[in-house]
Design a protein. Structure first.
Length: 119
């Protein structure tokens, strides 16, 4: 994957949500310009772009975590910043043995998953 960009209705609301969700995973903002913000570990690979006519709901995005506490911290932080729970942190047997994940909707109703899996 080179990058992912989501169209959002309110850039500030989405910025607050993704800052809180991604910080526990070690991600930070690398880019910020008029109507676009980008996050990543080393470079921007995830973007939100302001678009008043956005239509979310195309699928879901899964962010990797390094540990179970990181999954929990990311989920809790996202929930405190406009997220809506879809699956609380826990074992994710449907994703394979040893996976631990959480899922929530972002403020524009995109499904976001945070997951840690054995290598």
């Amino acid at each position: 994957m080179h990058y992912v960009a989501l169209k959002v209705a309110d850039i500030e609301r989405s910025a607050s949500f993704y800052d809180s969700l991604l910080a526990p995973l070690g991600w930070r903002r690398h880019e910020e310009k008029e109507g676009v913000i980008g996050w990543g570990l080393i470079r921007s690979v995830f973007f939100v772009e302001l678009d008043a006519v956005q239509r979310p709901g195309f699928g879901h995005i899964s962010f990797p975590a390094r540990s179970i506490p990181a999954v929990r911290a990311s989920y809790e932080s996202g929930m405190q910043n406009g997220g809506e729970s879809q699956a609380e942190p826990g074992s994710a047997a449907l994703c394979g043995n040893g996976n631990y994940s959480a899922r929530l909707l972002d403020p524009d109703a995109y499904l976001i998953q945070i997951v840690v899996a054995p290598d």
